[in-house]
Design a protein around this ligand. Structure first.
Ligand SMILES: NC(=O)c1ccc[n+]([C@@H]2O[C@H](COP(=O)([O-])OP(=O)(O)OC[C@H]3O[C@@H](n4cnc5c(N)ncnc54)[C@H](OP(=O)(O)O)[C@@H]3O)[C@@H](O)[C@H]2O)c1
Length: 326
């Protein structure tokens, strides 16, 4: 599998990382409906068997459950893979299934200790602030992460969902190794300024939701979206799965599907390969709930989409985006 160096770090990561949000299960507000633990572990292990060398998880995913699934899946593999996890979304009473933002220093430290224990590792390779909220506590949380790096509990520190201004504030305290933004054919705002800045600063970029949380696999129709489980966050919260975007998204996806078929590729592969054609992008984090899902997407790492096809996709992108301009 293709690898790229993550920013200024010494970590050579595969251009697809395994995204472990969905394997956190459905028992919380941002869950993905019911999920079988054995399938979760098998999906992660299939990814590792196929050559993926890193996993992205977060304490919040399933309120610790995703990290526990990762611990089970990496047994015996720890030496060969990197673990990225996140802090800053915490919970008090797990029975409510809700999380909230907190970046107080003591809280970040407590979260890191809990993640180390749940993951069953001595060091976290990449520790990321999940959301820059509350903004006023960004420096406090990041300073604590810098301390954890010095203590050897964290190898590198990264951020997620940060603006340019927030990255610059963090850089004054400690080097930012990576940015984790949403990036896909349906969400390109990172192209405005962040891709260029991160490339200049040797900050790695790992794109989340490269298949728009499943919509860019082409398997969803208006009808199947209606039948998504009530405890699947996409039903209630995803902007991509709802109007006013949905009609335009489905029309766009149909045309993209025709392009993918010309190459005997799935739409999911096209979506991921498109993310990876940007030089600034280090890798895409691909979520999977079953072994066959990750198996179908991994070949995207070796597919260089031809330049004329990129141009063809650009025309479709412009047509879709014109519909949302004021
Ligand atoms: N930092 C953040 O704020 C943030 C936010 C979002 C995500 N992330 C990270 O990025 C990772 C990936 O993002 P994501 O999980 O939202 O989305 P994604 O990778 O765009 O889509 C993953 C989903 O697509 C479906 N899928 C996967 N492979 C498929 C296949 N071959 N055929 C058909 N369907 C397939 C699965 O859901 P269904 O089968 O249920 O459709 C799967 O859960 C997450 O796991 C997480 O690690 C981070």
């Amino acid at each position: 599998m293709q690898k790229r160096k993550l920013g200024f770090t010494d970590m050579e990561i595969t251009t697809i990382g395994f995204g472990a949000w969905a394997v956190g299960g459905g028992n919380w507000k941002w869950g993905w409906g019911s999920q079988d633990d054995a399938e979760s572990v098998a999906a992660i292990q299939k990814g590792l068997d196929l050559g993926i060398n890193w996993i992205d998880t977060a304490a919040a995913y399933g309120l610790g459950h995703s990290e526990e699934m990762v611990r089970k899946a990496i047994r015996g593999h720890r030496g060969q893979i990197y673990i990225a996890t996140k802090c800053g979304l915490v919970w008090d009473d797990p029975s409510t299934g809700t999380v909230y933002n907190r970046l107080k220093g003591w809280s970040v430290r407590q979260e890191a200790e809990n993640s180390l224990r749940r993951l069953g590792v001595d060091i976290i390779d990449l520790y990321q602030i999940h959301w820059p909220k509350p903004d006023a506590d960004l420096e406090e949380g990041w300073t604590e992460i810098a301390r954890l790096v010095k203590e050897g509990k964290i190898r590198y520190a990264g951020v997620s969902n940060f603006s340019l201004e927030q990255i610059k504030r963090a850089q004054k305290i400690h080097p930012v190794a990576s940015l984790q933004p949403e990036y896909s054919l349906l969400e390109r705002s990172v192209e405005r300024e962040l891709l260029k800045y991160c490339a200049e600063q040797q900050i790695g970029i790992i794109a989340y939701s490269p298949m728009a949380s499943g919509l860019l696999t082409g398997k969803y129709t208006r009808e199947t979206i209606e039948s998504i489980a009530s405890n699947d966050w996409r039903r209630n919260f995803s902007v991509h799965f709802r109007e006013p975007m949905l009609t335009a998204n489905l029309a766009f996806i149909e045309k993209l599907g025709q392009i993918a078929s010309r190459f005997d590729r799935s739409l999911g592969e096209l979506a991921v390969a498109w993310v990876l054609q940007r030089n600034e992008m280090t890798a895409a984090i691909v979520g999977a709930r079953r072994p066959n899902q990750i198996e179908q997407i991994v070949p995207a790492t070796d597919w260089q989409i031809p330049v004329d096809v990129i141009a063809e996709i650009n025309v479709l992108l412009a047509e879709r985006e014109a519909q949302f301009k004021a």
